[in-house]
Design a protein. Sequence first.
Length: 172
Amino acid sequence: MNRASTPIAIGVSAVVLVLGLLVGVKLVTAKADTGTDDAATCTNQTVAKGETLSSNLVQVNVLNASQRSGLANRVSINLQRRGFLAGGVGNSTSKVAGTGVTILDADKADPMVHLVAIQFPKVSYAESDLPATDGITIVVGDDYKALKKKARTSFKTPAAVSVCVPQVTLDE
């Protein structure tokens, strides 16, 4: 750089710095868009008695009660590979101390619960002490090993079941 262009470069740098500060302050102090969207997040659909209930209609929330980091996420991904819909994933705050796989607040006669349960070698059931959520909630503990090698991902329902199918909206 020559002597004549040095003041110009400093001036341009100062203008960019001031503009960056103004934009940054505006972004930091702006109100977050926390407006609630009252639109439905899913559509209720009924699977009649004798029709096929498949895994792509069942949402599964997976909570980790083990000492293994990321276990709930791995279980959720493996269930998604079998077609199940992803629900919430995180560490369990439940007082239910499941050692293997525990299905919370589950009606064993519910076909959706049965479809989730048959994915695991051994399942226990417990009343939930967590806030209600959509889908089936499972807690995985330290004794969890893996999903069953070959488990059905659909079957004909013995009773009518109502499922909440998530809506996908595409912003244009």
